[in-house]
Design a protein around this ligand. Structure first.
Ligand SMILES: NC(=O)c1ccc[n+]([C@@H]2O[C@H](COP(=O)([O-])OP(=O)(O)OC[C@H]3O[C@@H](n4cnc5c(N)ncnc54)[C@H](OP(=O)(O)O)[C@@H]3O)[C@@H](O)[C@H]2O)c1
Length: 323
């Protein structure tokens, strides 16, 4: 089968399509014939040598759509040919991937199977961090960093459905419109304005912050949190070593969480995938929430797909169409 690996560390040009044996599904796994794979920021970091796959599989890719093509020992359902999506720790950029059965879900109704290839990683990340950990409630104030990203475009829509008041940061004026259309009440171009000053001007005190920047925003995020506020860090684009005003957090009864979906146990991923699909699939079927797709690329154009996600004007998801 054709699959994509990074031949060394570096730019998009190190990505290569190679021939590999079709994986054999192990105990508790399903074999999936991949229709499409989502491209994620984590894949860019893996290509750069900054984020090794936990299972040592050199094939990139954290999420796919496709159909069931085989069963490993101990697994009998769903039947061959069932259309599904799957969350995987690696191996998504390929014609076939083996996935733990608990991380495979029926493909959502109302969404093209190719577009479905870019949903489960972002949706599971958003659901687990914004609602399971962050406990976002109706009427609360939610600050989301990176509102035009793959993660951001999903988080905005789910927070809007939850009835939150939403502020978000984006890196260019062209992204303001899409962030507003997806549910943001307040959009801040972080390259032009200090987000904490704009929020203060609007009396916006976050109950929850979903952060993709890490160190560079740690102090600023903690200082603007409200009483009982939660900061959930899921990205480190601004570095790993930050300074935290602990006294400020302490007086506000605040909390800071940091999570990695990829590093969670199979059992945790199973329950996150279940909770995510229970909540999101009806919203996709009714058209209340929709995946925001930037471009579709063929597997052979994988370098182009990585250039696209790294383009400062990129919005939403890049997809690799495999079969
Ligand atoms: N921990 C986990 O389990 C997990 C899972 C999935 C994703 N993530 C993280 O979530 C983030 C988004 O992932 P993705 O796949 O959706 O990637 P993506 O589409 O490439 O998005 C990256 C986003 O980060 C924003 N950003 C960069 N620097 C910023 C800053 N200083 N202030 C505000 N926003 C900033 C960018 O905004 P502009 O382009 O507008 O400048 C862009 O929207 C990544 O950091 C990724 O590592 C974490």
């Amino acid at each position: 089968m054709r699959a994509v690996i990074a031949d060394g560390k570096g730019g998009p040009e190190v990505l290569k399509v190679v021939d590999l044996p079709v994986p054999k599904p192990g105990p508790g796994q399903l074999l999936i014939k991949v229709r499409a794979a989502g491209v994620n920021r984590a894949d860019v970091m893996q290509r750069q040598g900054l984020y090794d796959p936990p299972d040592g599989n050199a094939v990139l890719g954290l999420e796919v759509s496709g159909e069931v093509a085989g069963h490993g020992p101990g697994v009998t359902a769903p039947p061959i040919g069932t259309k599904v999506v799957a969350l995987v720790a690696s191996g998504g950029y390929s014609e076939y991937v083996a996935a733990p059965a608990g991380q495979v879900a029926p493909a959502p109704e109302g969404v093209d199977l190719v577009d479905a290839g870019g949903i489960i990683e972002v949706a599971a990340t958003v659901w687990s961090n914004v609602f399971m950990i962050g406990q976002l409630q109706k009427g609360q104030s939610f600050l989301l960093h990176g509102g035009a990203s793959g993660i951001g475009t999903m988080a905005l829509q789910l927070a809007r459905v939850a009835g939150a008041r939403i502020a978000t940061t984006v890196g260019s004026d062209s992204k303001v419109k899409i962030a507003r259309a997806l549910g943001a009440d307040l959009v801040i171009n972080y390259r032009e304005e200090a987000f904490e000053e704009v929020l203060a001007d609007h009396g916006f005190v976050p109950d929850l912050i979903l952060d993709v920047v890490g160190a560079a925003y740690l102090r600023r995020n903690v200082e603007i949190l409200g009483v009982g506020g939660r900061l959930v860090v899921i990205g480190l684009q601004g570095g790993q070593l930050g300074e935290m005003p602990i006294g400020n957090l302490l007086y506000k009864q605040g909390s800071v969480h940091a999570t990695s979906l990829r590093a969670r146990t199979l059992e945790e991923k199973r329950s996150i995938v279940r909770a995510t699909t229970d909540a999101l699939w009806p919203l996709l079927a009714s058209g209340t929430v929709r995946p925001v797709i930037a471009h579709r690329h063929r597997l052979a154009e994988v370098s182009e797909a990585h250039r696209a996600i790294e383009d400062p004007e990129h919005i939403g998801k890049e997809l690799l169409v495999v079969h």
